[in-house]
Design a binder for this molecule. Structure first.
Ligand code: KG4
Ligand code: ZN
Length: 364
């Protein structure tokens, strides 16, 4: 099949991003602008973010075409994130993308941001279905079985905060610079991960759900109990203990999900069915994918790698720049759809409806 070129647009939170990706997985160009306007507010302000997307998005698209020497006439489709996320930003990216597609007479694809994270490793290396997905971002913490580009089964999700949100809150409590989470990771490297005894909610349970609010409260209580201002050594110990607790929980629940995934694969083998749209991998090695902004965390990457090796799973985590929000992964969903269904059949994804909530497993 002749390769197709997809323009991706991402604007669901505070990153304004555009990318050009070819259906053979070549990233022609990828530009991410992280808005700095939120620094003084201590978090993302939805209306400020939406107004910034209006200002920045057209400039980025202009830069994208200028850098590549391509034009809208060269692309085969426009793919824009339409949910889940902040409604203002979604409307900006979706309307801009749809207008561009209509004016150029190209198809438009409404992309689920979580699918973009879920399929992102396929842009880097072959990841045959089915695979186990640990999705860890600012708004989500889920374990799922991915059986095809459009087939997701939820094993477990957070009962309260998302894991990225917890990182951000701890960074704010420690009065670290914006963006908080990478600074939490940085100072954790110099701290003692056993300095604080933090809770491990739902430890020892066989399910795949998460809860992080108790850890956050325990950290907050500990900080209040100390004389302020905190020393750098105290901050480092808190960051290290927090990160250690989070990684412990993520690994324990991922281990539970590995068992469920193993059972699923055995059931399929006994039933004589295909493993997924692309079948199982030769040799039958199970695959674990980790995606979303928190997957940029080096300590988590290492711990998941060890967990995978111990349990006979191959582990695939995209490079950090592809874990945090970007438009290459959005364009890639368009490419993966085209590769699976063909360009014409993909017209069914032309549903420009912004969806603040858009679960991967729609049966729930
Ligand atoms: O996927 P993402 O860029 O946006 C959402 O879809 O939410 O994820 C953003 C989250 C932020 O909450 C941030 O705290 C987290 O990713 N994050 C990190 C690191 N870099 C970003 N968490 C831990 N360690 C990091 N190095
Ligand atoms: Zn994201």
């Amino acid at each position: 099949m002749e390769h197709k070129l997809v323009l991706g647009i991402e604007s669901s939170c505070d990153e304004t991003a555009v990318a050009l990706v070819r259906s053979d997985g070549t990233v022609i160009e990828d530009i991410v602008h992280t808005q700095q306007d939120h620094m003084s507010w201590g978090g993302v302000v939805p209306e400020v973010a939406a107004r910034a997307h209006v200002r920045i998005l057209p400039r980025l698209v202009g830069m994208l075409f200028a850098k590549t020497g391509l034009s809208v006439a060269s692309i085969d489709a426009v793919a824009a994130t339409c949910g889940p996320g902040l409604i203002g930003g979604l409307i900006v990216g979706m309307s801009y993308g749809k207008a561009l597609a209509v004016s150029a007479g190209k198809p438009f694809f409404a992309i689920n941001h979580l699918i973009a994270h879920a399929l992102s490793p396929r842009l880097i290396a072959p990841c045959p279905f089915p695979y186990l997905l640990l999705l860890v971002s600012g708004g989500h913490c889920q374990l799922l079985r991915v059986s095809g580009v459009d087939a997701y089964h939820l094993y477990g999700t957070t009962q309260d905060d998302a894991v990225g949100e917890a990182f951000d809150k701890i960074g704010r409590m420690l009065e670290l610079p914006w963006p908080y989470a990478p600074h939490v990771e940085k100072i954790a490297q110099g701290g003692n991960p056993h300095a604080l005894t933090l809770p491990r909610p739902m430890r020892g349970t066989p399910h795949c759900h998460f809860s992080f609010s108790g850890i956050k409260t325990a950290v907050s209580r500990h900080i209040i109990s100390l004389a302020s201002p905190l020393t750098d050594a105290q901050k480092a110990d808190i960051a290290a203990s927090f990160q250690h607790a989070i990684i412990d929980i993520l690994c324990e629940r991922t281990h539970n999900a590995m068992r469920l995934m193993g059972q699923h694969c055995r059931d399929i083998e006994e039933g004589g069915e295909e493993g997924g749209e692309e079948g199982g991998e030769e040799g039958g090695t199970s695959l674990l994918v980790v995606a979303g902004g928190v997957a940029a965390n080096g300590a988590l990457r290492q711990a998941i790698d060890t967990l995978s090796t111990r349990n006979g799973f191959r582990c695939m985590i995209p490079p950090p720049s592809l874990c945090t929000d970007n438009a290459a992964m959005v364009a890639w969903v368009g490419c993966d759809y085209i590769n699976h269904y063909g360009l014409e059949a993909c017209r069914r994804f032309d549903k420009p409806v912004p969806r603040p909530r858009w679960p991967l497993d729609e049966s729930l």
